[in-house]
Design a protein. Structure first.
Length: 312
């Protein structure tokens, strides 16, 4: 039982191989690993018999050996997620684990997945393990609001206070509806106005939680521009067979080369891997690793992963 003033300082002390990252509650805005409580005696007496949530400190491994990840989204998103185990293992992130929940088109947006009883249950069951450390979501213009993102963030943080989140904006559909320059200008504007705005809103509502975005949609933009300039010898058509075209249909589903480039952007964004040093040959004459590095290098660093950790 506490009598008089309550004046206590708590310290977040990491064990070997870990470091203190932040406080999950109470001292969220306090820098450093000291959390002090100074409660006057009258307030202590007025709170007699009440209980409060325990103070929670978040620690992270000094060496990131891989995330337990959950990716939810549509067909412009899931092919890239499905390739992460291969690249994570190849680059030394041996503890990478993941789950994917897919739903096509607008139904793969965060809000639509939340409204879908069966999909919501499937995702919640994964989050209920408390083991999801990285949660990736996408976007669809039929659900432009923030409610879906908030719902998933709230639910994920209830199960793991150190969940990290990213938003991945795909390329624009109907790629043949505009020329390469217009297609590029439109996507760059949309990425800044949509992805960055979502991240800004979430960061404001959930201070100290990690939010970032992955500009993998620019992969389609860069390939489209190279093809228009005659600098993409691996591609025979804008739309056609997945092995020879950037897109497989008029809507704009990804051909093989688009998936191969976009997955490298994901790898760089999630794990901070230098693709210049990555010994991986995707089987194309163009250097996809260099293009992916260029995409990430041009991305506003304020919207990159705040703390990807040290690579193995």
């Amino acid at each position: 039982m506490v009598t008089g003033n309550y004046d206590e300082t708590y310290y977040g002390v990491p064990r070997n191989g870990w470091y203190f990252h932040r406080w999950a509650n109470c001292c969220i805005d306090v820098p450093g690993n000291e959390c002090n409580f100074l409660v006057p005696a009258e307030a202590v007496e007025g709170a007699y018999g009440l209980t409060v949530d325990p103070l929670v400190a978040i620690f992270r491994k000094r060496v990131n050996s891989g995330f337990n990840a959950l990716f939810i989204g549509h067909s412009f998103f899931s092919p890239f997620a499905s390739r992460m185990p291969f690249h994570a293992e190849k680059t030394g992130f041996a503890d990478h684990r993941q789950s994917i929940v897919f739903s096509g088109g607008a139904s793969g947006s965060p809000e639509a997945l939340w409204r879908n009883d069966s999909k919501r249950t499937a995702i919640q069951e994964i989050l209920d393990t408390g083991e999801v450390a990285l949660f990736g979501m996408t976007y669809h213009p039929q659900y432009p609001g923030m409610d879906g993102y908030r719902n998933w963030v709230d639910y994920a943080l209830q199960n793991n206070a150190d969940t990290r989140f990213f938003i991945a904006l795909p390329w624009a559909p109907l790629p043949q509806s505009s020329d390469a320059a217009t297609y590029q200008a439109n996507w760059l504007a949309l990425h800044a106005s949509i992805s960055h705005s979502i991240v800004d809103n979430l960061r404001a509502e959930y201070p100290a939680v990690d939010f970032y975005c992955i500009p993998y949609g620019q992969s389609a933009v860069e390939l489209r521009s190279l093809f228009a300039e005659g600098k993409l010898p691996d591609v025979k058509a804008l739309t056609g067979d997945a092995r020879e075209a950037i897109f497989t249909d008029e809507l704009g589903h990804a051909g093989n080369i688009l998936v191969a480039l976009g997955e490298l952007v994901w790898l760089r964004a999630i794990y901070g891997v230098s693709l210049e040093a990555y010994s991986y040959d995707a089987g194309y004459s163009v250097d996809l690793g260099k293009i992916a590095d260029t995409i990430m290098g041009a991305h506003d660093p304020a919207y990159d992963a705040p703390d990807p950790g040290t690579s193995p």
